[in-house]
Design a protein around this ligand. Structure first.
Ligand SMILES: Nc1ncnc2c1ncn2[C@@H]1O[C@H](COP(=O)(O)OP(=O)(O)OP(=O)(O)O)[C@@H](O)[C@H]1O
Length: 440
């Protein structure tokens, strides 16, 4: 029965949702009138209840052929210290203790596959400080950890200005301690971090690997803040488990709350990030150039930003528009025979999938498989690749209103026809595979 429930749920959700939210979800117990699920993360428990509660209830009704209650329990890690009854967070005078990068806000963060879970967890921590404690965010270089950490700071400064929020890198934490020891002001240092803040945002904790003294200091700071119900958010380039050379007692504390991985964004998200970065610079670049940058630098958003800045500087200095060939030259991207643009790859997948030709897609054929391939292709280009209507119209050799109508018709059909959604997911899967195999 356990498997049947899980399979029935899986069938109702697309793989992305399942992998993001249900990977630790399991059936713990099946009673006469109650099914108990368990999940290894408190934040996910709340999220599943809120977003998928009715779907779970519906699925259980179908599996058991009668209404049946359910509850989701959070299965905490073994040996987790008992959580103290938290005092309400202390209200203090508004105080910006650390400067933040004004760009690093939630509004400026582009949400997509890979970072949606991390974004939601950080937003929740900002809205309800102390609830998911500690929040430990980890992931590869340049994927937006610092951005999200500082976004929590911005959100709190704006919405709860009485709260004392400190953002600092682990390197600075270490340097301040060394300075305090040299000046004989260790007591002030301890007081500042242990008793005078409400939210601690600590970046790059992996910097403290192998530095035992500062780890001990962090351990005591952590305990004091945690026991007082103060929110702690920590960023690292690796899973707490992989912090070799870290004291075990610290690692187990990092794992006590919610541990979230930020993954590499997919190409569509990278494209939107590139678009956002250009907009924040108050500039413009053509869509095919943005797509080139998104594809080439999808593993690190800092490098992606560097590429955009380089293109914009060139544009300004030479007072020249940047086209695809120029962008390749500036960024030293060799045009490779294997490289195809994203539009070409979409056409390739559409043609293979629906057994149609590019000429048919761009022509006026009304054959049913061509019609559906064309509509779905336009929908994907607009909604998943983030291309403008103008670009999609150009791709399919149609007018704006034709594209707009076709997309609307597709959305309407997809609402009433479940199998269209399944086909769309399969198509997207093939498209992603093709994109992942792309070599530049
Ligand atoms: N989803 C996103 N939306 C908008 N900008 C993003 C996004 N992800 C990353 N960035 C931008 O990419 C740059 C690098 O991000 P950030 O410094 O937060 O990475 P990081 O994960 O902290 O890297 P590191 O591990 O090196 O500390 C920043 O300019 C940030 O604003």
């Amino acid at each position: 029965m356990k498997e049947k429930i899980i399979e029935a749920l899986k069938a109702k959700l697309n793989r992305r949702v399942w992998d993001s939210w249900f990977s630790t979800f399991d059936v713990k117990d099946i009673g006469e009138n109650l099914v108990v699920f368990e999940v290894g993360n408190l934040f996910i428990k709340d999220w599943l209840e809120m977003k998928y509660g009715s779907l779970i209830a519906r699925t259980l009704r179908e599996v058991f052929n009668r209404p049946i209650e359910f509850k989701i329990e959070h299965a905490p890690l073994q040996n987790q210290p008992e959580e103290d009854e938290h005092e309400p967070l202390v209200r203090k005078r508004p105080l910006v203790l650390t400067p933040l990068n004004p760009i690093f806000t939630f509004e400026n963060f582009v949400v997509g596959t890979g970072n949606m879970f991390a974004y939601s967890a950080c937003l929740e921590a900002a809205k309800h400080p102390g609830k998911y404690n500690p929040l430990f965010l980890y992931g590869g270089v340049g994927l937006g950890k610092t951005h999200l950490l500082q976004a929590i700071g911005h959100y709190l400064f704006k919405n709860q200005p009485e709260m004392r929020v400190v953002y600092l890198t682990s390197e600075r934490f270490l340097n301040e301690l060394i300075e305090a020891i040299q000046r004989g002001t260790t007591q002030e240092f301890r007081e500042r971090y242990r008793t005078k803040i409400d939210v601690l945002l600590l970046d790059d904790v992996q910097f403290l690997i192998g530095k035992n003294g500062i780890q001990t200091e962090l351990f005591h700071t952590f305990n004091e803040l945690y026991n007082a119900g103060k929110q702690i958010v920590i960023c690292s380039d690796r899973d707490p488990q992989m912090l070799d050379g870290f004291q075990d007692r610290l690692i187990s504390r990092f794992q006590m709350g919610v541990v979230v991985k930020i993954e590499k964004p997919d190409i569509e998200t990278c494209f939107k990030i590139a678009q956002k970065m250009v907009k924040l610079e108050g500039a413009e670049l053509p869509e095919d150039v943005l797509m080139l940058v998104a594809e080439k630098f999808s593993d690190n958003m800092r490098r992606l930003k560097g590429a955009i800045v380089k293109l914009l500087m060139y544009k300004q200095i030479h007072n020249e528009d940047i086209d695809l060939a120029k962008a390749r030259q500036i960024l030293s991207i060799e045009p490779s025979t294997k490289f195809t643009t994203v539009e070409e790859r979409l056409f390739e997948v559409l043609c293979q999938f629906f057994r149609v030709t590019t000429e048919e897609l761009r022509g006026n054929s009304r054959k049913s498989n061509v019609l559906i391939a064309r509509q779905m292709g336009m929908y994907v280009a607009k909604n998943y690749l983030g291309l403008s209507l103008r670009k999609v119209a150009e791709m399919f050799n149609k007018s704006h209103p034709t594209v707009s109508n076709a997309i609307q018709r597709f959305e309407l059909n997809a609402k009433s026809n479940k199998s269209l959604e399944t086909i769309l997911n399969k198509l997207l899967e093939q498209f992603r595979e093709k994109t992942a195999n792309q070599t530049l």
